[in-house]
Design a protein around this ligand. Structure first.
Ligand code: GUN
Length: 292
């Protein structure tokens, strides 16, 4: 039996429509539209694409999108000064500093400067702490999107064995916290984990967020498990025996996994589109909280 395909693209489109449908009521009550400001430093090609997509999606949802494009040699002090200005601007509900930043800038210092109540990425230590103790705050967009897909598919997650492969601050760690908050039994696996295939095989929910193309094989997956593939890896078709060009693959070997799993997110069209949809959702939530 082959797995059901979890259509993140369709789910994200619906979420974006829901957010857009709520914007006019906010505008009527607050006399302004919700605003998201994105800051990008340097010319990283992938980041440029992401930032353009975020801007377009923000406008399509009826919100105010502002993008600050700063040169790669921007000083850390200048970036912190800009964040200070955005923190003080009452029309800015969400501030997102696109990562990675150039090497001479300390990402943690930059994130720590963002007002936690405008930190729609959920990266500030205050929001990390709020998530840890179960207080209201902002949750990173990609893991929150994964939880939405999981609950849509499985309903109540409590008691399920969840394995998160990857321990990044952006995905792995907050994903594990969210699954724990949903009463899963959570294992965080990583590059030093012993018998990684065996650990993965215990998972009712397997979340792959390691950034290694097609690392997770079909025989690592418990039959019927729900597999969430967060990886977006561009690989060269020629080294893959293909015809040339590149293609996107996840961290899961999809062709193998689809024969074993109960449900699986594809790459592309699975988790990826959820990130921006949740970002819009977080921005609207921020706007409502700030207008109190
Ligand atoms: N770079 C890659 N993903 C993200 C994200 O979700 N937020 C930010 N700020 N930068 C990123």
């Amino acid at each position: 039996m082959t797995a059901a395909i979890i259509d993140g693209k369709a789910f994200a489109a619906t979420l974006r429509e829901k957010v857009a449908a709520l914007v006019p009521a906010f505008e009527a009550a607050a006399g302004r539209r919700p605003g998201l400001t994105v800051v990008i430093v340097g010319e990283d090609a992938a980041s440029q694409v992401y930032v353009r997509s975020k801007g377009k999606a923000t406008e399509a949802a009826g919100m105010v999108s502002t993008t600050h494009r700063l040169p790669a040699d921007t000083t850390q002090d200048d970036l912190l000064a800009l964040i200070g200005t955005l923190n003080a601007d009452p029309t800015v509900d969400g501030i997102l500093v696109q990562l990675p930043l150039p090497k001479h800038i300390d990402e943690q210092v930059v994130i720590a400067t963002i007002d936690p109540d405008k930190d729609v990425d959920g990266f500030h230590v205050v929001n990390v702490g709020r998530l840890g103790v179960g207080q209201e705050g902002f949750v990173p967009c990609t893991p929150l999107g994964c939880i939405m897909l999981l609950e849509d598919r499985l309903g109540d997650l409590s008691g399920l064995n969840a394995v998160v492969v990857g321990r990044s601050n952006i995905v792995g760690k907050p994903m594990a916290q969210l699954l724990l908050a949903k009463s899963c039994t959570v294992t965080i696996a990583h590059s030093r984990t012993q018998d990684l295939p065996g650990v993965c095989r215990r998972a009712d929910i397997l979340v792959a967020a390691v950034g290694r193309p097609e690392m997770i094989k079909g025989d690592w997956i418990k039959p019927g498990a729900t597999v969430i593939d967060v990886g977006i890896n561009r690989i060269d078709n020629r080294t893959d025996g293909g015809e040339g060009g590149t293609r996107l693959v996840g961290d899961v070997d999809f062709a193998e996994a689809v024969e074993v799993a109960g449900a699986i997110t594809p790459v592309p069209g699975g988790v990826g589109p959820m990130t921006i949809a949740v970002l819009l959702r977080n921005t609207l939530v921020s706007a409502y909280r700030r207008e109190g």
